[in-house]
Each structure stands twice: as structure tokens, then as C-alpha cells.
Ligand binder design. Structure first.
Ligand code: COA
Length: 373
């Protein structure tokens, strides 16, 4: 048995930004345009008028101030309200592969590992750009990595479940070096025309290099243990899929073909689930919550994270104890917890313990207990 370790992480964030002010302005223009277009149906009661969004609501409900996006084009057009991506030929890298390579470049340089040394690539994200061939295999080829690759889709917990899978393979010896990339193009599946959720997401990609601890060239984090769980729920759902064309109205511009959530139910059900999950993980390791120096939670919503942290720690978290990157990046799905980890693990000293915990659609929850070495 070998000790698995995270020896580096990397991040790619697209440069384009949309602030809450810009988002609300374009949404409100859309709502006015929609209401004018459907004026007769609204009067007849067959179509519901759209109300304006507000920056005050967004910040209070989520803690988000802005989001990075792959493109602003199309998104801010009140008559369109979704991004416009150019068509790529089959001979060009896919968008997810391109993002993954950028995040991977940074992680590989930090770990001091050559791309050819990897024998596993996992592309772990809440949406995959196409059905096949797997995006991970494309990334493997573009990097020049050996071994095998596969895509993994577990909602916002995709990266942590992938860390558990790679850890187990490294521990057993079937894999020596693994790269986990989480390119999240959340702007492609969010419904920008719905004020209940138009503010939630942003785009980003993270990369995690995993090796045997004995191979690490510098400071690293031993993966002490992982704990993953799933429990079926329709409260975060997207009905898009390969059977779409075959169903009545399947190709119509339907609301359920984008991200749909029962936000209040998610809040109420997921907070206790995640807090209990983390406490059970710590208990199984014989640890008290006070042993944790950092709790890197999924970056979904500040209110949820504050509540989870209070339940786990039994007190208000100290500043920086549960790092928060929501203001700048919003919810970047499975990339979020790794993004928070990447940006705030520098103060960890040898022997310090920290825990990454993601949660989201499925429901899914994945926690990874790390020890700085
Ligand atoms: N601007 C202004 N008002 C808005 C609005 C917006 N953008 N979006 C919704 N509202 C309105 C609602 O229509 C509602 O009006 P009503 O009281 O007249 O019905 C009111 O604001 C309150 O909405 P509600 O949905 O009850 O707000 P909330 O405080 O529960 O916050 C969420 C909503 C979605 C932010 C919150 O439930 C949440 O964070 N859930 C978890 C979501 C999440 O993180 N999901 C991803 C998991 S990976």
C-alpha cells in the first residue's frame, strides 16, 4: 500500500467578468422586453410577467459579487440571454480540454511533474461537452499522458469523488500519478432568463496532481482518507440528455433543459446532510472538529457554508477558517472547493489538518481529509 498525496493544484479562470450590476441590468432589460412581447398573454393570464432582479437580493442570498465567464457574447443580449460559443471543428481541442490544459500546466509546473509521467487522467465535472469520445481521453492525448482516462460526472462533488477514486488506485499501486481536471462551463447550462438562479454560477477549471507521497518533490498534502456519499434528489435537476430529440417537444427551448433547482429545499436538506457527513468522517478518524485548521467547503452559497461551518465547528468560524471565494468567482460547481483550497493552503504547516468538502446535485457529498507534509 502506498500513501496518496495531493502534490499540487492549478487553476484556470477565464478573464471575462460580469458584475452583479451588469447582470441585473441586462436581466431587467430582458424582463422588460419579455413583458412587452407577451403583453396580451400577461393580461389574459396565460403568461406570467417577469419581475426585475436586484443586486441587493443577489448579494444577500448568495454572497456573490461577480462571476468569470468564458464569454460575455450573447449573455448580455436581452433577446438571447445565453452565451455564444463558436463552432469548433473535430480537429480542434474542445473547450473543456483547452481549459483543462491551462489549469494542468500550472499544476504540473508546481508539482515538478512531466505530463508524460501520468498514468491516469480524470475529467471530473458536472457537465461533459459531448457524449464521446471522452473529453478526458482528448486531454490525455493533448498532454501526452500514458495509461488511461475517463470522465466522471457527480455534480458539484465530481472533483472530490475523483480524488477518492485516484487515491484508492494510488494506494493500491495500480496508478502512480493521476491528474484530475474539473473544467466547469457553468454558463452553458444556467438559465440566464430566470432571476431565481441567473446569478449563481461562474466558469473555472481546476487541476489536481496526485502522486505517491514518497514521489513528492516539495510540500504536499497526504490524503488521510476520503468519504463520499450520494442520496437521490430531484431538487437540483437538468433534463438535457441524449434522448432529448426522441421525446415530444424534445428540441424545444424548454426551461427544464437548463439548471433547475428548488433552492430553499436544497438549502434546508443539504446543510444538515453535509454537516453530519463531515462530523461522521472526522469521528471515523478519531478526530474532533477542533483538529481542523481549514475547512474548504464547496463554494455554492455563503449562507449555506456559514451554517455548515457553525454546525461542524460548534461555533462561528474564525476569519479565513472556511475560505470563501464566492465574491469573485461565484459557484464554479465541482471546481469551487478546489479553487478555495488552491487559493488558501499556503499557511498550512507540516502536521496541520484540513478538510475539503463538496456538495451538490445528486445529492452528492464528498470529503477529503488532508494532512500537510
Ligand atoms: N432578485 C430579486 N428578488 C428575487 C430574485 C432576484 N434575483 N430571485 C428571487 N427573488 C425573490 C423571490 O421570487 C422571492 O419573492 P417572494 O417572496 O415574493 O416569493 C424572494 O426573492 C425570496 O426568494 P427565495 O427563493 O425564498 O430566497 P432565498 O432567500 O431562499 O434564497 C436561494 C434563494 C436560491 C439563494 C437560496 O435558497 C439558496 O441559496 N439555496 C441553495 C442554492 C444553491 O446553492 N444551489 C446550488 C447547490 S450546488
Amino acid at each position: 500500500m502506498y500513501q496518496p498525496a495531493i502534490t499540487a493544484t492549478g487553476v484556470y479562470v477565464p478573464p471575462d467578468v460580469i458584475t452583479n450590476e451588469e447582470l441585473v441590468e441586462s436581466y431587467n432589460q430582458h424582463a422588460d422586453w419579455f413583458n412587452a412581447k407577451h403583453a396580451a398573454e400577461i393580461v389574459a393570464g396565460t403568461v406570467e410577467a417577469k419581475e426585475h432582479s436586484s443586486t441587493e437580493f443577489i448579494y444577500k442570498a448568495s454572497g456573490i459579487l461577480q462571476r468569470h465567464v468564458m464569454t460575455r457574447e450573447g449573455l448580455m443580449d436581452p433577446e438571447r440571454m445565453y452565451p455564444h460559443f463558436r463552432q469548433r471543428s473535430n480537429d480542434e481541442p474542445s473547450m473543456m480540454a483547452e481549459m483543462a490544459l491551462r489549469a494542468a500546466d500550472q499544476a504540473l509546473a508546481r508539482a515538478g511533474v512531466a505530463a508524460t509521467d501520468f498514468d491516469l487522467v480524470i475529467c471530473a465535472a458536472s457537465n461533459i461537452e459531448r457524449a464521446y469520445p471522452a473529453v478526458s481521453i482528448e486531454i490525455q492525448k493533448l498532454l501526452g499522458a500514458k495509461g488511461f482516462a475517463f470522465d466522471m460526472v457527480v455534480g458539484c462533488s465530481s472533483a472530490t469523488v475523483a480524488i477518492q477514486a485516484a487515491s484508492d488506485m494510488i494506494r493500491a499501486g495500480s496508478v502512480r500519478k493521476a491528474l484530475i481536471v474539473s473544467p466547469e462551463i457553468t454558463t452553458g447550462h444556467i438559465e440566464w432568463r430566470d432571476r431565481d438562479c441567473h446569478f449563481i454560477f461562474g466558469d473555472a477549471c481546476t487541476a489536481v496532481v496526485m502522486e505517491r507521497a514518497e514521489d513528492a518533490k516539495g510540500a504536499h498534502f497526504k490524503v488521510r482518507s476520503c468519504n463520499c456519499a450520494t442520496e437521490f434528489s430531484n431538487n437540483i435537476r437538468n433534463n438535457n440528455g441524449f434522448l432529448r430529440r426522441n421525446r415530444p417537444d424534445g428540441m424545444a427551448d424548454r426551461r427544464d433543459m437548463q439548471f433547475v433547482q428548488e433552492g430553499r429545499k436544497v438549502f434546508k436538506e443539504v446543510v444538515p446532510m453535509v454537516a453530519a457527513h463531515v462530523l461522521a468522517h472526522l469521528h471515523s478518524e478519531g478526530l474532533e472538529p477542533a483538529s481542523l485548521k481549514r475547512l474548504w467547503l464547496h463554494q455554492a452559497n455563503k449562507g449555506m457554508n456559514d451554517m455548515i461551518a457553525r454546525r461542524v465547528l460548534g461555533r462561528d468560524p474564525a476569519p479565513g477558517e472556511t475560505p470563501n471565494v464566492l465574491e469573485e468567482y461565484a459557484n464554479t460547481s465541482s471546481a469551487g472547493a478546489i479553487l478555495a483550497f488552491d487559493m488558501s493552503n499556503g499557511e498550512m504547516q507540516p502536521g496541520d489538518l484540513g478538510l475539503i468538502c463538496s456538495y451538490g446535485a445528486g445529492y452528492s457529498v464528498g470529503s477529503v481529509l488532508l494532512e500537510r507534509a
